[in-house]
Design a protein around this ligand. Structure first.
Ligand code: ADP
Length: 415
C-alpha cells in the first residue's frame, strides 16, 4: 500500500509517493510555475526493475487541478500507481494549524473550514495548501486524506513560551501568540536523534537547529517542543536567508517616522531584503563562504551575525532544558556547513560539547555524530526528511482513527 505526500504552494505542487511497508520512495517530483506561460514538470521514479528514471518537461500548467492531474497521470503511466485502491492515504502539508490542530488530522469539510479560517495568519500558504487539498479530494474521493501541520509539533509549548508580553485581548480575540514553524522537520530529527542516541524520545533533551533558507531553533524535552524561535509568523528568531529574525520592534516606528516606510515596504524589507542578503548582498551560504575567501568583510560579518544569533538561542534553550543530550543540525546549512557547526560549538567544552574536528569537517552524507565519543553532549547532523515524516504521520493518523471507529472501507485500511 502506498502513501502520497503533497506539498502545494501558491505556484507549485511537490509530491512524493512512498511504499508504506518500507518507506521506500517510489516516485518524487514537482510541478512549478503554475499559471505562468512556461511551467515546469519534473520528477523521478523507480521502474519495475528498481532502476531510477527521470524526466523534465516544460509545459503550461494552468492551475492546481491541471498540475495534480498531470502528476497522477504520470504516476499511472509509469506504473508506480495502479489506481485509487493502490493508495492507502494522501498526506498534505499545511503550514498553519493555529491552536486548532495539535496533531495530524483527517480532512473533511469542517477541517477545511478551520484551515481556511487560519489564512489571515498564513496568507501565502494556507490558501495554496487548501487548493491542493480540494483538487486531491476531487481526484481521489475514496482515499482518506490527512493534514499535517507545520505548527502542530510546537503546540506543546507552555504559555510562558508562546505568549507575547502584549495585552491579553490580542491573544484572546485575535490569536496573537507564538506558534512556531518547521514543526515537521523538528519532529523528524528529534525522533531520529533519539534513535541515534539509543534512547526513547521521552528520555531525550535536545536542541534542534533547522538551518536552511528559513531557519529555526527548537528546545525539545522528552520528545515535545517546549520553545521555538519562530513566532506568530516565520519572521521571528534566527537570522535567515532573506529574513531578519529578531528585531527591536521600535525599528518599525523609526523607519516609518523617519524614512516614510509603510507596512508593505516594511514587510518587504524584513521578509525579503534582510537576513544574510541584507547584511552582505547574497543569501546563499556557499556564496558567502566564497566571498569570505576573497576577503569580503560584509560576507564575514554576515556569517558572524548568523552564528552569534544562533548561539544566543542555544544558550537560552540549554538553560530552559537544564540538561542537554544532543544538539542537532539539519537543513541545507546545518547538514553541509562544517564551519557554521564549528563556530556554533566553539568554546563550549566546559559545557560538555567536545567537537570531533575531523568528523565535523568530513564531507559526509547521512546521519552522523560529530562529537568525540566521550563528549557529554552529542552533536548530531541529521538530514531532514519532511516528506517522510508527513507520510508516517499520515499513516499513524489513519491507523489511530481506523482502530477507533473502523470508518474506512477495507480497500483503504492498512494491511
Ligand atoms: P530551504 O529552506 O529553501 O529548504 P535548504 O534547506 O535547501 O533551503 O537550505 C538552503 C541553504 O543551504 C542555502 O543557504 C545554501 O547555501 C545552504 N547550503 C546548501 N549546501 C551547502 C553547503 N555545501 N555548504 C554550505 N551551505 C550550503
Amino acid at each position: 500500500m502506498k502513501v502520497l505526500v503533497l506539498n502545494s504552494g501558491s505556484s507549485s505542487i511537490k509530491y512524493q509517493l512512498f511504499h508504506a511497508a518500507n518507506w521506500r520512495v517510489l516516485a518524487a517530483g514537482a510541478v512549478n510555475r503554475i499559471g505562468e506561460p512556461r511551467g515546469e514538470f519534473s520528477g523521478r521514479w523507480r521502474d519495475a526493475d528498481g532502476e531510477e528514471q527521470g524526466f523534465a518537461l516544460d509545459q503550461t500548467i494552468a492551475n492546481h487541478r491541471e498540475g495534480l492531474g498531470r502528476i497522477v497521470a504520470r504516476l499511472r503511466e509509469t506504473q508506480v500507481l495502479a489506481g485509487e485502491g493502490d493508495l492507502t492515504a494522501i498526506g498534505h502539508r499545511v503550514v498553519h494549524g493555529g491552536e486548532a490542530f495539535q496533531r495530524p488530522t483527517l480532512i473533511d469539510g469542517a477541517v477545511m473550514a478551520v484551515i481556511r479560517g487560519m489564512s489571515p495568519l498564513a496568507p501565502l500558504h494556507n490558501p495554496a495548501n487548501l487548493a491542493g487539498i480540494e483538487v486531491a479530494l476531487n481526484l481521489f474521493p475514496g482515499v482518506p486524506q490527512v493534514a499535517v501541520f507545520d505548527t502542530a509539533f510546537h503546540q506543546t509549548m507552555p504559555p510562558a513560551a508562546y505568549r507575547y508580553a502584549l495585552p491579553e485581548e490580542l491573544y484572546k480575540a485575535h490569536r496573537v501568540r507564538r506558534y512556531g514553524f518547521h514543526g515537521t522537520s523538528h519532529a523528524y530529527v528529534s525522533r531520529r536523534a533519539a534513535a541515534l542516541l539509543g534512547k526513547a524520545p521521552q528520555e531525550c533533551n535536545l536542541i534542534t537547529l533547522h538551518l536552511g533558507n528559513g531557519a529555526s531553533a527548537t528546545a525539545v524535552r522528552g520528545g515535545e517542543s517546549i520553545d521555538t524561535s519562530m513566532g506568530l509568523t516565520p519572521l521571528e528568531g534566527l537570522v535567515m536567508g532573506t529574513r531578519c529574525g529578531d528585531l527591536d520592534p521600535a525599528i518599525h516606528f523609526y523607519l516609518a517616522n523617519n524614512l516614510g516606510m509603510d507596512i508593505q515596504a516594511l514587510d518587504d524589507l524584513f521578509n525579503r531584503r534582510s537576513g544574510l542578503l541584507g547584511l552582505c548582498g547574497v543569501n546563499d551560504m556557499r556564496e558567502i563562504h566564497r566571498r569570505i575567501g576573497q576577503g569580503d568583510s560584509a560576507a564575514a560579518l554576515a556569517l558572524e551575525v548568523f552564528c552569534h544569533r544562533l548561539r544566543k538561542y542555544l544558550g537560552a534553550y540549554w538553560v530552559e532544558l537544564g540538561r542537554l543530550d544532543a544538539l542537532v543540525f539539519t537543513g541545507g546549512i546545518g547538514e553541509n556547513d562544517a564551519e557554521v557547526r564549528a563556530r556554533t560549538c566553539a568554546g563550549l567544552e566546559g559545557m560538555g560539547i567536545l567537537l570531533d574536528e575531523a568528523a565535523n569537517q568530513a564531507r559526509g552524507q547521512g546521519e552522523r555524530r560529530v562529537t568525540r565519543a566521550e563528549s557529554p553532549v552529542a552533536v548530531l547532523v541529521i538530514p531532514t526528511n519532511e516528506e517522510l515524516e508527513i507520510a508516517r504521520q499520515t499513516l499513524e493518523a489513519i491507523e489511530r482513527i481506523d482502530s477507533r471507529s473502523g470508518m474506512f472501507p477495507a480497500s483503504s485500511t492498512v494491511s
